[in-house]
Design a protein around this ligand. Structure first.
Ligand SMILES: Nc1ncnc2c1ncn2[C@@H]1O[C@H](COP(=O)(O)OP(=O)(O)OP(=O)(O)O)[C@@H](O)[C@H]1O
Ligand SMILES: [Mg+2]
Length: 417
């Protein structure tokens, strides 16, 4: 058994024995198998699944063994695990100023290891990266995680500008001022020295896309030491920008997030043996983090079986834990995006909301009622592609592209009709 050194196995064994538990007892209390406990402790498994670790952390927490809980959390925070990248606290060096909120320090970042490497790679190669995806998918969370991860490479500091609450009437000058204000709290930008490289995260630009894009272009031109990471529900079409699409969580990560949030909402909740119900809820909510959080909160008052029976339209109306006005409920989140569409896009979206399955352009062309919604082929493809750019439709790119609408978006569109 590896009991020496600061290996995960060693730490786990020490904490378990300190608690006076056998491997069987830890397995019993946490719900992971004895084999998993043994494999981690012997070092046979050095990067265990994040779900196993968090169950063991929870078992220590439940028993009031906070030191053990802390030691294990701290270890995974510093080292990461197969399935997780920890985000403990907001990135150091992140400045806040008027209209700029502190970083999101709520809990760990679940999963997203591949997304983080894609974004870091993109930022190594290019000075401007935009994270694009539907509301509540986790763009802001990821942007902070990346800022945290890359902090040491930006000696000039990391600044965050939240535009989510900024009125859509803001013009280029107003956006410029908001960004410069955040930058100036970190020192003077633009001395051109490589040692002073800095990163600015500009969060939620979709409602200010045109002025914000101009500001980004100007920042890149005026400050050679500045790198930009933007989040937006809308794809950005501009020279020099790299787009990273943010998709809903994988099944495993969605379940993990749901369990974390359920436990945070209700610490004595016992979901042992309810894996398939959890999986079904996560599927029903398309693995969308904000929807999972809303549903998990409901476990305080409703059993998981009742929640399973609840229609998605009931879940979308529940308050979320977010503090931005457009994120208070999923209805508000989707309505915010819907409000930025033109009438033609809305009409097509309403029509598409009746389709339960993914579809191709060919499928749409074959629909007898299509002409009443959109007259000709070029028009149809323009609108579909616009809806993809605005993250209202998801696309799977094969030899033929397949489009689909996230279930909660479909429900809200139906409510809005
Ligand atoms: N990987 C994750 N691990 C843990 N929590 C997550 C993860 N992804 C998202 N969340 C949580 O889900 C919620 C929505 O995430 P976030 O605010 O980042 O979405 P967004 O894509 O920025 O949405 P919007 O377009 O509305 O700004 C937040 O409460 C966030 O903390
Ligand atoms: Mg956001």
């Amino acid at each position: 058994m590896t009991r020496h050194g600061n290996t995960l196995g060693g730490l786990l064994a020490r904490q378990r024995m300190g608690a006076g538990w056998s491997q069987e007892e830890l397995a019993d209390r946490s719900g992971v198998s004895v084999r998993t406990v043994r494999n981690i402790e012997t070092g046979a498994v050095q990067s265990p699944r994040h779900s196993s670790l968090s169950l063991m952390v929870a078992a220590f927490q439940e028993a009031g063994l906070f030191e053990a809980e802390y030691v294990l959390r701290d270890f995974t925070d510093r080292n990461g695990t197969e399935n997780s990248v920890a985000l403990s606290g907001r990135p150091t060096g992140v400045s806040t100023s008027n209209g700029v909120r502190a970083g999101d320090d709520y809990d760990w970042l679940v999963g997203r290891k591949n997304d983080i490497s894609r974004i870091c790679d993109s930022l190594h190669r290019d000075r401007w990266t935009t994270l694009v995806g539907p509301g509540g998918v986790g763009k802001t969370k990821l942007a902070f995680a990346v800022a945290d991860r890359l902090r040491s490479q930006f000696a000039g500091g990391v600044s965050i500008v939240h535009l989510g609450e900024t009125s859509e009437d803001h013009d280029e000058t107003a956006v410029w001022h908001a960004v410069c204000e955040a930058l100036l709290t970190e020192g003077s930008p633009g001395d051109g020295s490589a040692a002073k490289r800095r990163l600015v995260v500009i969060d939620n630009i979709e409602h200010l896309q045109t002025p914000a894009v101009r500001v980004c272009q100007r920042l890149l031109a005026e400050f050679p030491d500045l790198w930009i990471l933007v989040t937006s529900r809308h794809a950005v079409a501009a020279a020099g920008v790299k787009t990273v699409e943010v998709r809903p969580l994988s099944t495993v990560d969605a379940e993990q997030l749901f369990l974390y949030r359920a436990q945070a909402a209700c610490s004595d909740l016992d979901l042992t043996g309810r894996g398939s119900a959890v999986a079904e809820i996560c599927r029903k909510l398309d693995g969308l983090p904000s929807a999972l959080e809303v549903a998990a909160l409901r476990l305080r008052s409703l059993s998981i079986d009742t929640l399973l029976k609840a229609p998605v339209r009931q879940i979308v109306a529940q308050p979320s834990i977010a503090d931005l006005p457009h994120q208070r409920t999923l209805i508000e989140s989707v309505t915010w995006s819907y409000g930025m569409l033109g009438e033609e896009q809305r009409r097509l979206l309403r029509w598409l909301s009746a389709f339960p399955e993914a579809f191709t352009i060919k499928d749409l062309l074959g629909r007898p009622d299509r002409e009443a919604v959109v007259d000709d082929f070029p028009h149809l493809v323009d609108i579909v592609s616009d809806l993809v750019d605005r993250s209202m439709l998801q696309v799977r790119r094969g030899s033929e592209y397949r489009y689909s609408m996230l279930g909660h978006i479909r429900e809200v569109i139906r409510i809005l009709q």
